[in-house]
Design a protein around this ligand. Structure first.
Ligand code: SAM
Length: 286
């Protein structure tokens, strides 16, 4: 009896692949990736192979946690030769793919770590944020990259924007869970369509991160609702256009502002960097 229950329990937690989505990917990605698709598919379809990194929260440091991670075979994901790697950023990955338990949100208590894909840290490192710089995170929920930025530096102004209502609340909660009181009050969370941000927030920023909405293939592949999955497959075709609009709007608005600043004043105009980080195959969808 116990064995049957255990078996049922395991099955309950096993993710089921949605065949409609897999068939769609087979067709699209065989054409786009050729031979590489087989190895991409192996990782996508095997959740136990997914690698989760552990980003330590410098605002809630625990030497004990770091020791535990090392004992369990975790090691720093980024070392040595990168052009920008603040000492305050601590991100660990395991030698074998596995998932560390997530910490629950508790009001008034800071979390010690955030689980994320180590690749998500790279665009933040590329941004090279320095103390005092004004930063805009245009598509910020659930907040992984925003808190990574705050592990690296203390921005001057920090605007985190998220269009979706529910995800915007999630973003706020992430901030509260990771960033202590005096600092969290310096961060603004807005809920604007990124394509119109220039109209409502006309300030200039030193660094802008555009982590545009992506196709999120990994979760769609395990959709339990075939009809919903079919709908998503249609909607994903429109993503590349939204991604392009987000990038071009923010880029054009800022170029126009930089030119008008240059013409009207002699003060230094900040350089603006845009990093368009799209997790899932932006180029392939164009
Ligand atoms: C790839 S996710 C961002 C992940 C986030 N940067 C992180 O590291 O946790 C893209 C986000 O863009 C949001 N989004 C979609 N359309 C948007 C728009 N027009 N303007 C701003 N954000 C948008 C989505 O709701 C989603 O939360």
């Amino acid at each position: 009896m116990t064995l049957i229950l255990e078996h049922l329990n395991i099955r309950k937690h096993q993710k089921q692949i949605c065949q409609v989505v897999l068939d769609h990917f087979e067709e699209q990605y065989t054409a786009e990736l050729g031979d590489k698709w087989t190895s991409v598919r192996d990782v996508l379809t095997c959740p136990s192979c997914w690698q989760y990194a552990i980003l330590l929260n410098k605002f809630s440091q625990s030497a004990e946690l770091e020791n535990t991670l090392r004992v369990e075979g975790y090691y720093p994901a980024f070392q040595g030769t990168l052009p920008y790697l603040p000492r305050s950023l601590k991100c660990y990955i395991s030698r074998t793919p596995r998932r560390f338990p997530a910490q629950k949100h508790q009001t008034g208590k800071l979390k010690e770590y955030y689980l994320l894909n180590a690749a998500s840290v790279l665009p933040v490192l590329a941004l090279e944020v320095k103390d005092g710089e004004d930063v805009l995170d245009l598509c910020a929920a659930p907040g992984g990259k925003s808190i990574t930025i705050l592990q690296c530096a203390y921005p001057g102004q920090f605007l985190c924007n998220e269009y979706d209502d529910l995800r915007s609340r999630w973003l706020k909660q992430t901030m509260e869970s990771f960033i202590p009181d005096p600092l969290v009050n310096l961060i603004t969370v807005s809920k604007l369509d990124g394509r119109q941000i220039g109209d409502f927030k006309p300030e200039l920023y030193d660094k802008v991160l555009v982590d545009a909405p992506c196709s999120n293939d990994r979760s769609w592949l395990f959709s339990s609702d075939t009809q919903q999955a079919k709908l998503r497959l249609i909607q994903r075709k429109e993503l590349s256009s939204l991604q392009f609009q987000l990038l071009s709007k923010i880029f054009l608005v800022d170029i126009a502002k930089m030119i008008s600043e240059l013409l009207s004043s002699s003060r230094n105009v900040h350089r603006m960097y845009i990093f368009f980080f799209c997790c899932c195959f932006f180029l392939f969808n164009l």
